[in-house]
Design a protein around this ligand. Structure first.
Ligand SMILES: Cc1ncc(COP(=O)(O)O)c(C=O)c1O
Length: 422
């Protein structure tokens, strides 16, 4: 996004034009920014370890148009559910281009996962006999919880360590692979996902060492040639203007150094190195355009907008910060204001105090930054405030990539039994 005079543009399209054409609240993605983010990360990792591939964690932003951009760039898909496997299929990816990392799977999930022929990543040793009851994955991995996790999102998003629900305990890992091998499975990988939104490059080499110390022993003792090692996602972005971003070049170099040294220490055949980030590709490549509907002066001065916690859940869910701009007024004098959406919940008062232009007025457009990851994907219907639309900008071109929900969407799949319809 850039500012020309007092007006903001996404790509080459003024936010005013987008709001007028598609309405508000509106998620807007910048195709060129997504491609640039992806290429920057890919070239850094390939430089230090050429046999490298990203799988895009589609949970962060599941619009098929966005996933298609990453597919065109060469990414596979990391799917958390059968529906995400189907989404991958819809954009032309299946088989070994898809990694299925669900947790606490049902029998139906397992059957459909097996039928789809994707890489099966098991979250627990107890899943193995349940999977084998229905068939044998051609290639599989276990998700290892290496006993350590870190998160810049909040403690609830720490995906590994003793308090996480994910992955195998390191002590179970040898046994898990031994059982899988004894069952006749021949092709293996290994996986972990310990952190979220990390901007410290050293963290990535630290977790690589943790996993490789567990997996290296398994490979050596069970004579398994791992085809891939997946280090998960977690490549971070800054959310506050004063925060530094991740030095991706340093992260890639440190990871590759540790990885290569552990591969040689344990005498492994060099596996493909994989990661499955999402936030780094799409997080800073989308904005929400919202509108100010009213301004209230009561105990506090509060700006009421059409962007509620149902539109962007992260602030109410995790206390996350998202920077806000006011179109046309950024250079005006500032005052401390609150800002909220339209829901009947006080957690919808998602900005308690922020320095915003004091001239903000009804009808103004606000622009919320870093909305591409875990934004629309976590939006929901509440109070009859329905999910917004999504648009994609590519230079001066723009496209609607998901329509706004309407009343029919709200009542879809509901039924009123006959005795209640009188
Ligand atoms: C298993 C798994 N892989 C990858 C990701 C993507 O993480 P990020 O967006 O932090 O890169 C997630 C996110 O929660 C995840 O659960």
């Amino acid at each position: 996004m850039r500012k020309e005079g007092n007006e903001f543009l996404i790509g080459d399209v003024p936010v005013k034009t987008l709001a007028a054409k598609y309405g508000t609240p509106l998620y807007v993605y910048d195709e060129q920014k997504i491609r640039a983010n992806y290429r920057k990360a890919k070239s850094a990792f390939e430089k230090y370890y050429p046999d490298f591939r990203f799988f895009y964690a589609v949970k962060a932003c599941n619009n098929p148009a966005i996933a298609s951009i990453l597919k065109q760039e060469g990414a596979g898909i990391d799917a958390a559910s059968v529906n995400e496997i189907l989404l991958a299929k819809k954009i032309g990816l299946g088989g070994k281009d898809v990694m299925f990392s669900g947790n606490f799977l049902s029998d139906d999930d397992i059957k459909q996962g097996l039928e789809s022929g994707v890489i099966f990543n098991l979250d627990d040793i107890s899943l193995l006999p349940r999977v084998l009851k229905f068939g044998e994955p051609e290639i599989m991995s276990f998700r290892v919880n290496p006993g350590y996790g870190r998160s810049n999102v909040g403690e609830f998003v720490t995906n590994a360590g003793p308090n996480a629900k994910f992955g195998l305990h390191p002590d179970q890992t040898m046994e898990a692979y031994r059982l899988a091998k004894a069952a006749g499975i021949k092709r293996f990988g290994a996986h972990m996902m310990p952190g979220s939104c990390i901007t410290d490059p050293e963290y990535f080499s630290f977790i690589t060492k943790l996993l490789m110390d567990i997996i290296g022993k398994v490979g050596r003792e069970l004579k398994i040639d791992f085809e891939f090692i997946d280090l998960g996602g977690g490549l971070g972005i800054p959310y506050k203007p004063e925060e530094d971003g991740l030095d991706i070049e340093a992260a890639a170099r440190l990871v590759a150094e540790t990885f290569k040294s552990k591969v040689s220490e344990f005498g492994l055949k060099p596996p493909r190195l994989m990661m499955e980030p999402a936030r780094f590709f799409v997080g800073n490549a989308a904005w929400i355009i919202g509108k100010v509907h009213s301004i209230k002066n009561s105990y506090k001065k509060i700006v009421g907008t059409d962007v509620g916690m149902n539109t962007l859940a992260r602030p109410a869910m995790y206390g996350s910060y998202h920077h806000i701009y006011v179109n046309g007024k950024e250079d005006d004098k500032r005052e401390t204001l609150g800002l909220c959406g339209q829901l009947c919940e006080n957690t919808d008062f998602w900005v308690k105090e922020r320095e915003l232009p004091s001239t903000i007025a009804e009808g103004d457009l606000i622009i919320i930054e870093n909305a591409g990851a875990y934004g629309y994907a976590m939006s929901y219907q509440y109070n009859g405030r329905l999910r917004p639309a999504e648009a994609l900008v590519n230079g001066k071109d723009h496209y609607l990539i998901r329509g706004r929900e309407n009343f029919e969407d709200m009542v879809r799949h509901t039924a009123v039994p006959g005795h209640l319809a009188i």
